[in-house]
Design a binder for this molecule. Structure first.
Ligand SMILES: Nc1ncnc2c1ncn2[C@@H]1O[C@H](COP(=O)(O)OP(=O)(O)OP(=O)(O)O)[C@@H](O)[C@H]1O
Length: 590
């Protein structure tokens, strides 16, 4: 949050409210309508109570029925219109509220998305889940209870006090004091008490969400390690803390409701205490006092909701603050001010690239240069930790680089639109995500317009398997493809990447968890598909190396050797040693 004193909770709340209100600006017409309807409901309620009091008090004096006719019609009209206005007010306020919440979900996703390359690694997925679901839902209270009701309450307080003023200054003063005590003093008091509790509630709820996601994701490992009880204990502790935080808020919610009702009844007693002598002295008549007494009660109806609404609004503000904190994280790879789009691929050149992770002692990449053009196949090989994945991430624009190091079609990557760069790249890795839906939907994700699924599935060798499935392409894959074997999964990921049809394909150990024969087969398939597609494959398994145009050997972040398979075997360097190690291993494996 900009230019806000972070030590001042009031300043933070004001800034958070201002930002939340800015989302409501486009809906000002609907919000104004809901405010008008809220006012109309309260006015109808006050009218109904006032005319009822008039009717009952006048009827007690046994006048002719003609005298009561207008009041009878008034009670009916106010009674029916109150229900109609209340219904319309709820309809309008909830409709605008749902629109606002869906807008906020879109905004949150758009704000988080640019952070994903390298910006949310320190966050647990349960934290983001709590943000995108629970926190946004909590904001409902801010919009439903935070905008229209306080304004309607202020208008009611002013109107009813002015009306009472026509009868007596002291009674009007008493009523205004009661209304202000409840609507303002009690609300502010409750707010200062509950703001810390609201933050604690959001924190405990987030922690519980993190624990739940972690436990579900790691269920198999937890069972294997026999630590179910320890995890359940953590969840129980988290649940208890979340329950305690909610309970404290509920207690204050009830206290505020009860105190509001107490103040309204005390005000009524005060009005009667001041009014009865006035009736006795003939300054006002008894019927007017009855009307004023019931109007007093009715006017408290919207005001009484304010202190309890404050508790909910404080929780909304705490949730919003967390959302803004997440959304305001600095973008790790800022886009240029005037980004240039790149729509085709003719070459990628990397010149003397150095890269050091923040806080790392030594660079992960040092003086790396390469060039790739359409149709060229490059393999990046090297021991674990030599920098292969880092290099692929830099090409994907997932890590920040200095200008004058990475060039697309001769243009500096730092001046290009990051989304358009990623739009040129297809990525294949063993960790790629498969959505929990059908095979067809997962393939459509890559290219919903390509009806040519069957031929690509045939190409990657999945046809026989698909034919054996009763539901074929409509087979559900399970969470992240949990119902697939390693080979089926990798073939499906390969089919999805081919369907994506991007001019540059990056593959990071794509088939490493398969047996050597399957790996060999899929690597050949990958290299044969899309002849014009440039490919860079990072691997530490030296399978099919003779098929690559160039092999870069990385060691400790530096390219120590480069050339074709035959050249590198002759060189007698690291590549040759790695090759011999692997061929010996394969020999012993057999
Ligand atoms: N996010 C990160 N923050 C800090 N250091 C990192 C990060 N990711 C990787 N590194 C470090 O950078 C170096 C290169 O890692 P990288 O993952 O690129 O190697 P690799 O060759 O792909 O390894 P492997 O074959 O095991 O996947 C390693 O020393 C690693 O510890």
């Amino acid at each position: 949050m900009n230019a806000v004193d972070l030590a001042d909770p009031a300043a933070i709340s004001t800034e958070v409210s201002r930002r939340l209100l800015s989302f409501a600006r486009p809906y000002w017409k609907e919000i104004s309508l809901s405010m008008l309807l809220s006012l109309a409901t309260t006015a109808a309620n006050i009218g109904m109570m006032g005319t009822s009091a008039y009717l009952i008090a006048t009827a007690a004096l046994q006048p002719s029925i003609a005298v009561l006719q207008v009041a009878i019609v008034g009670v009916r009209t106010f009674g029916i219109s109150r229900g109609v206005f209340r219904y319309l007010e709820r309809l309008v306020s909830h409709s605008v509220n749902f629109k606002l919440l869906s807008e906020l979900r879109g905004w949150f996703f758009r704000a988080i998305e640019p952070l994903v390359p390298g910006g949310v690694e320190d966050l647990k997925s349960g934290n983001l889940l709590a943000g995108s679901v629970q926190d946004i839902e909590t904001l409902e209270d801010f919009y439903v209870r935070g905008i229209a009701p306080p304004i309607a309450a202020a208008i009611v307080t002013t109107g009813v006090s002015l009306f009472t003023l026509q009868y007596s200054i002291s009674m009007a003063g008493m009523l205004a004091i009661g209304l202000i005590l409840t609507g303002l003093v009690l609300s502010l008091q409750i707010r200062s008490i509950t703001s810390r509790l609201s933050r604690a509630r959001i924190q405990t709820r987030t922690r519980l969400s993190e624990l739940a996601v972690e436990t579900i994701d790691g269920a198999a490992e937890i069972l294997m390690a026999n630590t179910v009880d320890a995890h359940l204990q953590k969840i129980k502790t988290g649940s208890r803390q979340a329950k305690d935080a909610s309970l404290s808020l509920s207690i204050w919610y009830s206290i505020s409701l009860g105190t509001g009702t107490l103040i309204s009844n005390l005000t009524l007693v005060g009005i009667l205490y001041l009014g009865i002598p006035l009736v006795r002295s003939g300054q006002i008549d008894g019927v007017s006092l009855a009307v004023l007494a019931l109007i007093t009660l009715a006017s408290f109806e919207p005001i009484n909701l304010l202190p309890s609404a404050t508790v909910k609004i404080e929780t909304s503000l705490a949730a919003a603050r967390r959302l803004f904190d997440l959304a305001d994280r600095p973008v790790p790879i800022p886009e240029p001010i005037h980004p240039e789009n790149i729509t085709h691929f003719s070459n990628l050149t990397i010149r003397h690239l150095n890269f050091t992770y923040p806080g790392a002692q030594k660079p992960a990449l040092f003086d790396v240069s390469l060039q790739i053009t359409p149709g060229k196949r490059i393999a990046i090989v090297g021991p674990s930790g030599s920098g292969k994945t880092t290099l692929l991430n830099i090409i994907q624009h997932n890590l920040p680089v200095l200008s004058d190091t990475v060039f697309w079609n001769g243009k500096d990557a730092c001046e290009l639109d990051g989304y358009s760069i990623r739009g040129l790249i297809g990525v294949l890795s063993q960790n790629a995500y498969l959505f929990s839906t059908s095979i067809k939907e997962n393939l459509k994700l890559a290219n919903s317009y390509n009806p040519n699924f069957q031929s690509i599935l045939e190409e990657v060798g999945l046809t026989a398997w698909l034919n054996s499935l009763p539901n074929g392409l409509d087979t559900w894959l399970g969470d992240n493809g949990s119902q697939l074997s390693g080979g089926e999964r990798q073939r499906l990921l390969l089919a999805r990447t081919i369907l994506l049809n991007r001019p540059l394909l990056l593959a990071d150990e794509p088939f490493a968890n398969l047996d050597l024969a399957s790996e060999d087969k899929l690597l050949h398939l990958l290299l044969q598909c899309q002849p014009n597609c440039a490919q860079i494959i990072a691997t530490h398994r030296l399978t099919g190396m003779h098929l690559y145009d160039e092999i870069l050997v990385l060691d400790d972040g530096k390219i120590v050797e480069r050339g074709t398979h035959t050249d590198l075997l002759i060189t007698q360097g690291l590549y040759r040693r790695l090759w011999e190690q692997q061929t010996n291993l394969i020999f012993f494996d057999r």
